[in-house]
Design a protein around this ligand. Structure first.
Ligand SMILES: NC(=O)c1ccc[n+]([C@@H]2O[C@H](COP(=O)([O-])OP(=O)(O)OC[C@H]3O[C@@H](n4cnc5c(N)ncnc54)[C@H](O)[C@@H]3O)[C@@H](O)[C@H]2O)c1
Length: 329
């Protein structure tokens, strides 16, 4: 248990945030969650609220609306996970994406500097844009397409978040750490906003067509959320990590077509697998990367990070929670 005050978790009713809540409560900590439930769900916090009712506080609302009323001296650290997330959401609602990501992060950092609260800012592997080096290392150049291509607005908004966070540290206003999540997967993730694994699992469970975008030969790495979340408090705890950027993910690559076949066989599904051209799934001119893989040397050196949960286990657990929730509804 950390005794340095309450953990503030923005986006704590979301996928990654709710697992972080569970993890911190298990260690005996107290948490306050701020979430507007735009993509998250109170159902994600039900087990936490039942297990540790006295150590979790839930504040419903937008981060920037709630923070001005909070006293930063109550909080030992902040994990800022609230964001507009997912390729589908970004392409469909670019204004919401850009404004949420930049405005809310700015509010979190303003809060951090009121109390010099150590703050972790969730960023994304999307920040690398269409860089061609494999794997991506934290100091690599970032390469974006033109501003007329909406897809890059998510990356740019998160890059601004990173600049802001790092500047707060550099100017001595608050200790900050930036974490670039690569594809993070696991129970409670929703397929509604374009996330590939839950989309495939939901389709396979319902016997619907599993739609693979492009030719299915693009490769990604998938890290189970339960491997990822313990790294967050660990990174923030060591002042040697402050002012730095860390990749967080798993190094093993899998082609998306193979992922679809793995999900189908794991769940003994009758679903057909169909390739859908990017132009049909998104906008004309949508660009995707062939390979997205993290270089994990830095995080391994800093905290000995190693992802351990097999993708097969993640698929089984994700399917099991989706089935349970369906029965409950
Ligand atoms: N899941 C991934 O693979 C992945 C990959 C890269 C980066 N990330 C980053 O990790 C973080 C968490 O992502 P996630 O996958 O858990 O997504 P999520 O959508 O499940 O979680 C985001 C949460 O933030 C809340 N939220 C959004 N805007 C808000 C606002 N203005 N005020 C209050 N709450 C708000 C949502 O309701 C949701 O509960 C995000 O910052 C995301 O960019 C995730």
């Amino acid at each position: 248990m950390t005794d340095g005050g309450i953990n503030l978790i923005t986006g704590g009713a979301g996928f990654i945030g709710s697992h972080l809540v569970d993890f911190l409560l298990e260690t005996g900590d107290r948490v306050t969650v701020i979430d507007d439930l735009s993509t998250g769900s109170i159902a994600n916090l039900e087990s936490a609220m039942a297990a540790a009712p006295g150590r979790i506080e839930f504040l419903e609302g937008r981060v920037s609306d709630v923070l001005p009323d909070l006293d930063p001296s109550r909080f030992g650290r902040t994990f800022h996970l609230a964001a507009a997330v997912g390729v589908r959401l970004v392409v469909d609602e670019p204004i919401r994406t850009i404004e949420t990501n930049v405005h809310e992060t700015s509010a979190v950092l303003e809060f951090a500097r009121r109390g010099a609260v150590p703050t972790l800012i969730a960023s994304t592997s999307e920040v690398y844009g269409k860089g061609t080096r494999t794997p991506f290392a934290e100091e690599d150049d970032v390469v974006y397409g033109p501003t007329t291509t909406t897809r890059w607005s998510y990356a740019c908004s998160k890059a601004i978040d990173e600049y802001l966070a790092l500047a707060h540290h550099r100017e001595g206003l608050a200790p900050t750490v930036v974490v670039r999540f690569f594809n993070t997967v696991g129970p409670r993730q929703s397929g509604k906003y374009g996330m590939v694994l839950p989309r495939f699992v939901e389709a396979a469970l319902e016997g619907r067509t599993i739609e693979v975008h492009g030719d299915g030969r693009q490769s990604r790495c998938f890290c189970d959320v339960r491997d990822a979340v313990p790294a967050l408090p660990q990174l923030l705890a060591d002042s040697g990590n402050h002012g730095r950027v860390f990749n967080l993910g798993r190094a093993e690559l899998i082609e998306i077509g193979d992922l679809a076949r793995l999900v189908k066989s794991r769940l003994s599904s009758e679903s057909e697998i169909r390739l859908i051209p990017y132009a049909d799934a998104f906008d004309e001119g949508f660009e995707d990367l062939r390979i997205r893989q993290p270089d994990l040397d830095r995080i391994r050196d800093a905290i000995g990070f190693e992802a351990k949960i097999a993708l097969e286990t993640t698929i089984d657990d994700l399917a099991s929670i989706l089935q349970t929730r369906k029965v409950d509804r």
